[in-house]
Design a protein around this ligand. Structure first.
Ligand code: AHG
Ligand code: MN
Ligand code: MN
Ligand code: MN
Length: 349
C-alpha cells in the first residue's frame, strides 16, 4: 500500500479522523459533520437535476408561492434542501436541536422523535439553500451551516439557547453547487476546501489552509441599492469607483453573483470584499443577511483564512444575538479592505 502517493485522494473522512487524532475535534462532532456533508451531497444531486427533476420554481400552489418566516417567497429547492437536512440529522444522535432560515422556530430533536431518538450535545443552524433567486437561471447556489454547543443541562433547547455569539461556533461551512460541488469547512483550525468527486461520491481535500490576500481590488455589492445606502457606504463606494486618481489610489473591479456562497467563495479563492450594507429598504430589519445562518458562519470561515468580518462597526463574531432570525449589515473578506470600509463607518459616527 502506498497511502501517500502524490495522487492518492485525501478524503474528508480521513481529514476529520486526523483532526480528531490531533485533538482538534471530538468524535461525535466529527460524525455530525459527516451527516451534514452527506446531506449536502444529496442536495447537490437535487439541484443538479434542474428542470428534469421538477425541482425548479416556487413552492406552494401555482401562482401562490409559500412565504417563509423571512417574508420571502420560497422556492421548491428551499423546501427540499430544508427537508433533506432535517431528515438526515434527526436520528443521528449528535444534535440536541436544529434551526433553519426556512423555519419559524428551532426544533428540538426530541420533538422529531416519537420513538425516542437520543439527543446529542450540539445545535445545528443552516441556510439550506442560499441564493435561491438564482436557482431557476442555473447559477451557483449553496448551503451554509454552523454548529454551536448546546448549553449544559439543556436537553430540549429553545430559540434562546441558540443566541450565542459567533465566537462560540465550533464548526462553520458551506457547500457551493456550481460547475462543481465544493465544501469549505472550518473547525477552528484553518479553512479548507473539499471538491466532490462525483465518480466515487466523496469529498476530497483540494485546498488545505485557504488564505485570503490582505489587499484586493475587487468588491461585491448590489449596486442597484446605491441610492438607498447610508452616508458611510455612499462615501466608501464612491472612493472605490473613483479609481487610481481617487483617494484609494487604485482601480477596483466589481462582481456580484447574488448568491452569498458564490461571492464568498470567490473572495476565499482570490481575495475581495463582500458587502451587504444597511439600506433604506432593509434598515428596519437591521440588514438583509441573517446573522445566525449567513453572516456568522461566513465570518468564521473568512477569519480562519486570514480575512476579517465586520458589521461596519463591530467584529461580526462578537455580536450578541438577540433573535434567531436577526439580520445584520455585512462586510467581509480581505483584511485591509474590510478595515478600510470600517474606517468610513467610524468617520461618520
Ligand atoms: P437566500 O437565498 O438564502 O434568501 O439568501 C439570499 C441572499 C444572499 O445569498 C445574497 O447575497 C443576497 O440575498 C442577494 O440579495 P439581492 O437580492 O439584493 O441581490
Ligand atoms: Mn431565503
Ligand atoms: Mn442565504
Ligand atoms: Mn436560503
Amino acid at each position: 500500500m502506498t497511502p501517500n502517493r502524490p495522487n492518492s485522494p485525501y478524503s474528508l473522512t480521513r481529514f476529520l479522523i486526523e483532526e480528531e487524532r490531533a485533538g482538534h475535534i471530538r468524535p461525535d462532532l466529527r460524525l455530525l459533520i459527516e451527516v451534514v456533508t452527506r446531506a449536502c451531497k444529496r442536495i447537490s444531486i437535487e439541484v443538479g437535476k434542474g428542470a428534469l427533476g421538477g425541482v425548479l420554481g416556487d413552492a406552494g400552489t401555482p401562482g401562490q408561492a409559500s412565504i417563509n418566516v423571512q417574508g420571502e417567497a420560497q422556492k421548491k429547492l428551499d423546501v427540499i434542501a430544508n427537508d433533506v437536512l432535517m431528515e438526515a440529522n434527526a436520528w443521528g444522535g449528535h444534535l440536541a436541536g436544529l434551526a433553519s432560515e426556512e423555519m419559524d422556530h428551532s426544533v428540538p430533536i426530541q420533538d422529531l422523535s416519537p420513538d425516542g431518538w437520543p439527543a446529542g450535545n450540539y445545535l445545528l443552524l443552516f441556510d439550506p439553500l442560499d441564493g435561491s433567486s438564482n436557482i431557476d437561471v442555473n447559477i451557483s447556489v449553496g448551503t451554509i451551516f454552523s454548529v454551536l454547543r448546546c448549553p449544559e443541562g439543556v436537553t430540549k433547547p429553545a430559540d434562546e439557547h441558540y443566541l450565542q455569539p459567533g465566537t462560540e461556533q465550533l464548526v462553520a461551512g458551506y457547500c457551493t453547487y456550481g460547475p462543481n460541488t465544493t465544501l469549505v469547512l472550518t473547525i477552528g483550525h484553518g479553512t479548507h476546501a473539499f471538491t466532490l468527486d462525483r465518480e466515487i461520491g466523496s469529498f476530497t481535500l483540494t485546498t488545505r489552509g485557504m488564505r485570503i490576500p490582505e489587499e484586493t481590488q475587487e468588491f461585491a455589492v448590489n449596486m442597484s441599492n446605491q441610492r438607498h445606502w447610508q452616508p458611510p457606504m455612499q462615501a466608501y463606494v464612491a472612493d472605490l469607483l473613483a479609481g487610481k486618481t481617487g483617494p484609494r489610489g487604485k482601480d477596483f473591479n466589481m462582481r456580484w453573483v447574488a448568491s452569498m456562497v458564490a461571492d464568498v467563495h470567490r473572495l476565499l479563492t482570490r481575495g475581495g470584499i463582500f458587502s451587504y450594507p444597511l439600506d433604506a429598504k432593509c434598515e428596519a430589519k437591521g440588514g438583509k443577511l441573517r446573522l445566525m445562518y449567513e453572516a456568522n458562519p461566513m465570518a468564521m470561515l473568512v477569519e480562519q483564512a486570514g480575512g476579517a468580518a465586520s458589521t461596519g462597526r463591530q467584529r461580526m463574531l462578537e455580536v450578541t444575538p438577540t433573535g434567531l432570525h436577526q439580520r445584520v449589515p455585512v462586510f467581509l473578506g480581505s483584511r485591509n479592505e474590510v478595515e478600510a470600509a470600517v474606517r468610513y463607518h467610524h468617520d461618520f459616527d
